[in-house]
Ligand binder design. Sequence first.
Ligand SMILES: Cc1cc2nc3c(=O)[nH]c(=O)nc-3n(C[C@H](O)[C@H](O)[C@H](O)COP(=O)(O)OP(=O)(O)OC[C@H]3O[C@@H](n4cnc5c(N)ncnc54)[C@H](O)[C@@H]3O)c2cc1C
Length: 439
Amino acid sequence: MMMEFPQYRLLEGAETLYVIEGPRHAVEFQPLGLKQWMPHAHVATDYPRFVWLQELQNETGHARAISREGFLELLQTREVRGASSQLGRFVAEDVHRNLDVTADVALQERTTFGVPAATKRHALVHSDEEVREALLMSVEKNWEPLILGGGSNVLMHSDWPGLTIEMNIKGIEVLSDDGNHIEVVVGAGESWHAWVLHAVNEGWNGLENLALIPGSVGASPMQNIGAYGVELKDRFAWLEAIHRGTGELRRFDHATCEFGYRESIFKRSARDQWIIVRVAFALERNAPLHTDYGAIQSELKHLSSPDITHKDVAEAVMRIRRSKLPDPAVLGNAGSFFKNPILEAPAFRSVMSKTPEVVHYALEDGSYKLAAGWLIEQAGWKGYRRGDCGVHDRQALVLVNYGEATGQEIWQLALDIVADVQHKFGVELQPEVNQLGAH
Ligand SMILES: Cc1cc2nc3c(=O)[nH]c(=O)nc-3n(C[C@H](O)[C@H](O)[C@H](O)COP(=O)(O)OP(=O)(O)OC[C@H]3O[C@@H](n4cnc5c(N)ncnc54)[C@H](O)[C@@H]3O)c2cc1C
């Protein structure tokens, strides 16, 4: 017999409500006192939970079927609790919603490198529930998921044979404000730069040096984005992510994210395991200004007022970035293609013995960060062009697509640069950009 979903259940005696959304997926609303519901999502990935869900469907336990109208009437007697109540809003407003999956979607316009690539299936997700729906679909149909934000840190080597899940969870919500400290939670699908501008305009300061970085809020913790002396981790409070295998929603605090230079747990031990759905920031009205970078100082010199504001810093950063970095809308690129290499003291001394002029910064832990752009420029690659791909003529760290380059051509250029820098300086460059598809 074909089962119809969603179905609604009420647990007798306990008042708990359930929405059964599919054979392996249910949302439970547990009453908290007289005023609140606590939502829990259940994805039956193991046998005991599958049996429990079947019992719920078959009314063999203490739960009985109720109508959609009856369910909504009961749900409206309390508020649904949660960081942003995404789950509750989705269930209350649109239980019948089915995720739209579009076949054969071009990714050229959805990634800033603009190389030719397509995805077999594409879904735009607006809520935690839609993320779960997409994940469940990918498990059931064996479609490998690829999470996409703004596509500004990826190089597609080939078409994607599975399901791309594009993050479009929106929302900016103030959680606390004591007059100086503000905690704000932001949906993963918000544009990073638009969020930074919004925060600066509200006087929620601390992110201004990170203005004009392309991409989404949800991807920002992935590589702990950073620029002009500030990194995401300096203003990060916590994030929530959904597990790709179980649908579990988990909160990650600062320590759990294991942030490092262009690194986090999501690029290392927890790689390909979580989908970040929202990020919370700890901002301050009286945040200290970070103006140590020479370029920022010379930009600020032109200001007539001696009182520099956070907005001035944001605008200075935007002017510098516009003058130095290629605009992806005009020239395909994904920002810095390589990370600045970090060397332990013995390896650094060995490089210095051959190249004493190498540009470097001593780090607090005794290691040294080398300027990858300087190494690439000294090796003679700045401004180099091969067919339709090349190295930007103002910033040697940025590889560019002049129009018709393929992912594989850009990758081959990157490999040639890596080999040459290794040969000339004995330093191994690592890509910062995520390499996707078969290569
Ligand atoms: C011109 C230019 C300048 C740049 N400047 C900087 C800079 O100054 N500093 C800096 O740090 N970076 C910089 N970048 C790189 C890029 O903007 C950032 O890495 C950004 O955070 C990527 O966001 P995105 O939404 O585009 O991610 P995408 O490119 O869509 O995805 C990047 C990776 O994260 C994964 N991912 C995306 N969203 C999620 C999610 N919600 N949950 C789980 N996984 C997810 C993807 O699967 C992929 O592996 C620059 C890029 C460009 C094009």
